[in-house]
Design a protein around this ligand. Structure first.
Ligand SMILES: NC(=O)c1ccc[n+]([C@@H]2O[C@H](COP(=O)([O-])OP(=O)(O)OC[C@H]3O[C@@H](n4cnc5c(N)ncnc54)[C@H](OP(=O)(O)O)[C@@H]3O)[C@@H](O)[C@H]2O)c1
Length: 228
């Protein structure tokens, strides 16, 4: 029987590339998109079921629940949806933007994970798509000082990383694997100034690493383990 992956933020960028990568490997894909923009492209893909829901809405949980009641177990969950922020300095940053980004990157991943976990297979995998900018270790060592990134994005990805670690502690020794991944510097709509890889390359690499991913780790797809 085909395995199933649920991917958020699947309309474009890494989410769409992941959708196509899993489909080409004969997986069933449940692709969460925030509105019906782009739904036709997904509908044309074999074994792809689009789920329209905004992950910042509490309704995302009942929408996913209904879909999974119909479509069965999930083997892999990829919390991928994300948005960029704007201000890279304190005086350019609006508090509401920080809240909005936390809502997408952290609370959105929280909502979706809470909805999917009862349907996750016993040896299932949860991957939170994080970023090097969420690493407090990297930021505090000044390793990213030369790359512009918003306050809100760095704070939201760090919050998501804490969610990942909370989940890792709670579900330690339960058979499932939960980890974070920095997908590389991708040439997508939210590309950083030093972007150098396509979303397709990242999707292929992530798929090839699936069996090797260890619980509790923070991976950089094209480099090494990242310190939290
Ligand atoms: N690009 C990079 O270099 C890079 C590096 C490190 C980490 N990441 C992370 O990788 C992930 C994917 O990024 P990407 O580069 O593929 O960006 P992208 O091309 O901008 O795609 C992001 C996707 O997330 C969706 N999304 C945003 N908010 C949503 C919401 N509330 N509900 C449902 N879907 C939502 C967007 O939907 P719409 O299409 O409707 O706008 C879009 O399809 C993000 O988490 C990002 O932070 C990216």
């Amino acid at each position: 029987m085909n395995k199933t992956v649920l991917i958020t933020g699947a309309r474009r960028g890494l989410g769409l590339a992941l959708t196509k990568q899993f489909i080409s490997n004969r997986w069933n894909v449940l692709s969460v998109i925030r509105n019906d923009k782009g739904i036709n492209e997904l509908k044309e893909l074999p074994n792809c079921i689009p789920i329209i829901s905004d992950i910042t809405s509490d309704e995302v949980q009942s929408t996913i629940h209904e879909s999974l009641k119909e479509n069965g177990a999930v083997d892999v969950l990829i919390n991928n949806a994300g948005i960029p922020g704007s201000g890279a300095h304190l005086d350019e940053t609006i508090a509401n933007e920080v809240l909005s980004l936390i809502d997408v990157h952290c609370i959105g991943a929280f909502r979706v994970t809470q909805a999917v976990l009862p349907f996750l297979s016993k040896d299932g995998v949860v991957i939170n798509v994080s970023s090097r900018f969420g690493s407090i270790s990297k930021v505090s060592k000044g390793e990213l000082d030369n790359v512009k990134c918003s306050y809100s994005y760095r704070i939201a990805k760090a919050a998501q990383n804490m969610l990942t670690q909370c989940l890792c502690r709670e579900f330690k020794d339960k058979g499932i694997r939960i980890c974070s991944i920095h997908p590389g510097r991708l040439t997508t709509e939210i590309a950083s100034s030093d972007a150098d890889r396509t979303a397709e390359e990242a999707a292929k690499k992530l798929f090839s690493m699936l069996e090797l991913l260890e619980h509790g780790k923070f991976y950089s797809l094209f480099e090494d383990i990242i310190e939290w």
